[in-house]
Design a protein around this ligand. Sequence first.
Ligand code: GDP
Ligand code: GDP
Length: 454
Amino acid sequence: SDGGGWVELREPEVVVEEPSGPQPVVAVVGRPNVGKSTLVNRIIGRRQAVVEDVPGVTRDRVPYDAQWNGRAFTVVDTGGWEPDAKDRAAAIAAQAETAVVTADVVLFVVDAMVGSTDVDEAAVKMLRRSAKPVILVANKADNNSIEMEATSLWSLGLGEPFPVSALHGRGSGDLLDAILAALPEAPTILENRPRGPRRVALVGRPNVGKSSLLNRFSGEERAVVDSVAGTTVDPVDSLVEIGGQTWQLVDTAGLRKRVGKASGTEYYASLRTAGAIEAAEVAVVLLDSSEPISEQDQRILSMVTESGRALVIAFNKWDLVDADRRYYLDKEIDRELRRIPWAIRLNLSAMTGRAVDKLAPALNKALASWETRVRTAHLNQWLTALVQATPHPVRGGRAPRILFATQAGVAPPRFVLFTTGPLDAGYQRFVERKLREEFGYEGSPIEISVRPRK
Ligand code: GDP
Ligand code: GDP
């Protein structure tokens, strides 16, 4: 060791958990009163959906989070039909269409006590055109004899009917198994990220003060060794204590030994920076406040946002900033960092120690944003109000509608908007801005994708 005070552990094992992909959607379709709401309640496992006592009362399309055997999906209750719909066939078509637009799997619910009706048969026609997987649910099969009768529902041509009693729970496990089997390949839920220190990349172009900042945290090596015994850390990483918390600083070997600067080409340095960012959860991008924000600084910032990592921008060498420089720096920030207003900014000095104590809180805040999950119901309440207040602008006589949204994953937060058509880029930016206003995400990028009707 060169006496830098870094802890090196041998085993090169760092688990980088991949955030989950889009959550699959299951739509529940069927005549009024067949038990769709009751079934949704059963699937989500809590009394969250509202069961209307009035047959045929219109409900909004309400999505709910559900999971079974460690797989997460979204259940959408496609609602009832207008109580006095003039044109029943049109109402069925609209409901089925919504299901088809949005769903990966459709649950078609029939009342097993009643058997199939001509309305059911009309709905089946619509569904079969969709080519989406349809699971036939024979609900209200409360006992064996109704369950036997339910076999007659083969005649609908949707394959095997699944007899269930949404009310009593009978058969619901088998149905959930069938749903999982029909879902597209789905990612597993990442409830628990691997325990251990959070991974931080300390990056920036040469001479911005990375080694100097690192040296600030070097005195606390002993505490670190004791508290994380058994943790596996890549030998090029350092474990340091910042703000009373242990952090894994990714790929600091070059900084510590100060070889990167002496021998590395810019190309090599940039590869190394990219690698560190990839391996990290949050990046601290150091800028030299005494110099203009450069293209190289911009490239490093882009690497962070493009890799979807949380971001703290540290304006180092703040001790060199006078009123004059401050004036120009503010202008540069407005101009150069316009794309990333959400990044957390710190004005610090590795030399004097100014604001260095703000680093740990900033990292924690950015990571919390990065891992924020919004409940689907909450997200959609907010979204419904938003699109009502500010609908998509009309283009050529029509405007795409946003049907609903789900959060597809975390780290960073990713959202899928289910729509009736492509959205204007401007409107999508508007939604993102409003999403940030509502839910924060300070220090984290967020991603929004649009799934329009095919
Ligand atoms: P929806 O209009 O299709 O959403 O139907 P609801 O979920 O509102 O249910 C309509 C009625 O059927 C309610 O009175 C429910 O209690 C009843 N119901 C739902 N599932 C079952 C079931 O499995 N067995 C029986 N016996 N009744 C049920
Ligand atoms: P690195 O290449 O990013 O690791 O940068 P270094 O840590 O080697 O720092 C480059 C130069 O900037 C050295 O001469 C440091 O002493 C100086 N430096 C680092 N941090 C500060 C700071 O906060 N204020 C001032 N005035 N100089 C600093």
